[in-house]
Every structure is written in structure tokens, then in C-alpha cells.
Design a protein around this ligand. Sequence first.
Ligand code: ZN
Ligand code: ZN
Length: 617
Amino acid sequence: MPDIKIVPLGAGQDVGRSCILVTLGGKNIMLDCGMHMGFNDDRRFPDFSYITGGKGTLTEYIDCVIISHFHLDHCGALPYMSEMVGFEGPIYMTHPTKAIAPILLEDYRKITVDKKGEVNFFTSQMIKDCLKKVVAVNLHQTVFVDDELQIKAYYAGHVLGAGMFYIRAGTESVLYTGDYNMTPDRHLGAAWVDKCRPTLLITESTYATTIRDSKRCRERDFLKKVHETIERGGKVLIPVFALGRAQELCILLESYWDRMNLKVPIYFSTGLTEKATNYYKLFITWTNQKIKNTFVDRNLFEFKHIKPFNRATIDNPGAMVVFATPGMLHGGLSLEIFKKWCTSEKNTIIMPGYCVAGTVGHKILSGMRKIELQPGKIVEIKMQVQYMSFSAHADAKGIMQLIRMCEPENVMLVHGEAKKMEFLKSKIKQELNLDCFNPANGETVVISSRPSLPVDMSLKLLKHKTEIGDSASPTPKCSRIIHGALLMKDSKIRLLEQEEALQELGLPKHELRFTSTVMLQNACRSEKLTMTRLHDHLKKLLSTHSVKMTSDGHILIESVLVKAQKNAESTTESDGDDSSIATKSILVSWSYEDEDLGSYLMETLKNGLPPPTIKAK
Ligand code: ZN
Ligand code: ZN
């Protein structure tokens, strides 16, 4: 059936736990398999029992899983789904995602099992087994999941290896964006997709209501804060996630230090982050053009000023800048350093990303200045706290830009807050006249696509069209009208040039030409009156057809069938075959004709006589 069915198990009117089920062309696809950072109970993972309804295994229901990028809100539940719930089918992701996702999953597992003591969680071995089911894909490579289902990845920016996925089964198609950004940053390029015209575009909408100030402004503010702090001898702590913004901010500071000839040390906590930087080197083709170009003489990820962090340096006196994981100050080195530095007003902490409720990062960002960092020990935060959004998501402008880029028939918003979605939804409806959906988790949306009819087009017509396109239209984006005849013959539909169609049908060419003009006194009113009377008359005569009067005084008869008898009596040829009667469709439009002409024309149409030319006046 040409219907697409969608139900989000996560990321429906929410950020986190992305997991969207799509059915198209009889195939079931799971888009992302993420976890929710904000929950520790069973809301952390998608409810996979929804799919099976308690009967059978996931493998029987799901044809394939597609993971858009390595962030845990998009892949965090994957080993749980494939190894604990049980899924044997293929899982698709890009090469960098396949390389980096297991590191983040292992890190997440360690924090959950080792530190929080959770049992019944996936093991290291499960992560490995899960990865065995992963098929890595290249950008723009069409991958056939089976004979009917194909997928293709496009560049999404956002983080290293992030992909948007185009999915096609039969005549239906879906484009799923995952997370993306439409402006290049210092280490990645902007998202790009061709005019693939999907039946449905499913897009993230994290910043649905935001039109962000330029990146340059944010970067300037960031550098200013860092510089002010080190100038007064203070220390700067920048908690980061291992991958993504960390690399971008390093590049930014590195070039600033060069430019300003600064000597203050910058440290980068090693381990995960160092490994991550190596992946950028490994997947250099996934970074932006500037990095690719610079890479020839200098690897931008080899830093001159940035050194690996050593725990002993925490207590060193004097200014320094430290990048440390994790990004939300919920444990690890960044929290350890924070505890030591937070009591001095000389120091600054810069939070470059979003923090989930419950973390120390979230507390200080919401303005709390007295925090219980250890049981029974309340600390007063005196260091300066700065939030600077360096998240790489498309803003409202970027989302609209992507919609125009791929020209979908319908749009669905996920990975955003319900209230903000409403704003964008009305914008999409108003400006682009597209249907837009934003289902909540567990809510099913059915989209019926417009049935399409394949039509063969004659080469002659196609050539003619291209010729027109080359010379007449300087903007290839504009759609052009092709004049041709649609011919239905031998259970085939073909679009031909008029001449070709006539030839095919063995019909002589004839023209309908009306040059009669009625001169009337009281011009305006009378013309209108004549038209109205003519219109009423035609409507009565042609009760089975649509007869309309347009506001500019034309009468339109749509799809009037004109019976043109082959070799009508006036023509010279006669092979005696009077049984072959062909029909064709015409659109008749005329204005200011007199009543007699109207009824004459009707007689002509009804009786199928070759209409003569009627002389004026
Ligand atoms: Zn993401
Ligand atoms: Zn996300």
C-alpha cells in the first residue's frame, strides 16, 4: 500500500532516546536506537515490547536498523536491543560511527555498571557482538538491504561521521536527518542532500525557535572570556564531551594563541579525548574542506600549544586552560578539577554544551551557588560561570533551508520540545504549504502519498524541453510547462509531441479557431451578461462536464471529449474504415463570444463534426 506509517518510541516531542519506527513499502525500519540521559529507570531505553507485542522476536518485525551518529541519545540502547532483547538483522551506520560508537558505549557502560553498580546491563562482550551486526556504509553509496529496500547516506555535519539517511521502498521514500547543522564549523562541513524529493522528511528540531547569532560572535565571546581570566592569573576549566566541540574549541584556541603569542599552558585531558582526536585524523575526509586543505602541510589536529593533562598540574599556581571530560560535570576529571578551582573568584568555568537535569553542570548553569559536592559538605561556588552554546544543530533557518533543499511532500518534526515544534510547524505550513506532523512517543502517524503513474516520454519532446530549458530559462530551479499530448494506447501511457500523437492515432490535424468578436453597446455590463448567459447555457448542455467561469471573464470547459472521426467527409483519403474512432482531450477556453457561437460550438462538440472557422462579426 502506498502509505507510510511512523511511530516514535523516543524523540517524539522530546530530546533524547531517539528511536523512530517507519513502515514503508511493506518494510519496517528502526531509525536510531538511543538512550535518555535524563532517566535512570526503564524510561532510559525505548520500549521494544511495543514492537513485538510480546509475540516473537524483534528480528521478525524489523528489516533493518539505521544509526545516524555516535551520540548516545542515538545509539545508547543499541547493544541492549540487539543482544539482550535480541535482534539478528542488519544495523547500518557510517564508517566513523562504527569506529567511535563502541568507545562511547563502553564508556557509558563503565560509568553505569562500575560506578553506579547497576546489574542487568549490557556487557563489553555484548558491545562487541552487537558491532558484528553492523554494516558500515559510505556517503552517497546506494545500499540494497534487500531487493525492494535501499538506503543512502548523506553528510550531516554535526559530529564526525554523522549521516542523514534516505530510505526507499517501492515508490515511497523517507529522508531521516538525525542531528545536523547547516553551517560549517571549524572542523566539520555543513549538511548537504540532493533534491531527492522524499515522500516524508523526518527532521530534528532541537533549535526550532532559535535563529542563532553568528558563530563568529560566540567565538569572540569565548576567546574574550578565556583571555580575561588568564590575564588576571586565573584558571579556565572547559568541561567537554570527548568528541565534537572539544576538537573545534581546540582549533580555535590554538590559532588564537598563535595570533596573540600567548604562553599560558593549555591542557587536554587524555584518554578518551586523545583517542577521539585520532579518529579525526583517521577520517580526515569527513572533516571540512579547510582542514583537508591544511592537512597537506600541517595536520590541524596536531596542536603546538595544547599538551596532555597531568593530574599533578591541577594544583599548579598561575594561569592555565584545561579541557576535561565529561561535559556535564557529572563525575570524572572535570568534576575533580571543578571541586578544586570553584572556590576562587579568579577562575572561570565555560560550559560549551547542554546539561541534563540532575548534573552539577545543570545546577551551576541554573544559578545555584551553594552546592553539596560531597555528602554533608556544601561548597560555595565563587568562580565565574559561563554558558556558551556551541551545539551543532540546525536552527529554524537551517531547518527551512534543508526542507527547500530536498523538496519533501510531507515533513515530520522529532528531537525537539513540543512547544517549540508548534512554532516551526506553522512556519512550514505557511511558508512552504506542506503538511507537518510532530507525534508524541507512541503516537502513530499515517501518511498517504500521492499515487504516481509512470509515463513514457518521447525523445523528441524531451529534446525539445531541454532546448527550451537551455535558452529560455536562466534559472533552472523554476519548473517549466511542457506542451504535449498524453496518449493512452496498448495499455501504455506516453507523453508525445502533438505531431507524434496524431501520427500514432492516424488522425489528420485540425484546428479550432474562433475569431468571432461580438460588438455590444454598454460594453462592460453587456459582455459580462453575455458571458453569464453563455456560461449557463453551456452548463446545461454539458451537464456531465465541469464548466466554469473564471474571474477574468473566461469560460473553461475541462476535459471535453472531442470525437474526431477518422477521415471525415471533408478529407480526401478514404480507406472505408469507419470503425476507428479515436478520442482526445482538449481544454477549451474563450471569451466574449456570442450566444450563437456558444450553441454552435456545443453542437459541434456533441456531434463530432469538424468545426469550421467562424469569421468575425
Ligand atoms: Zn547528536
Ligand atoms: Zn541528538
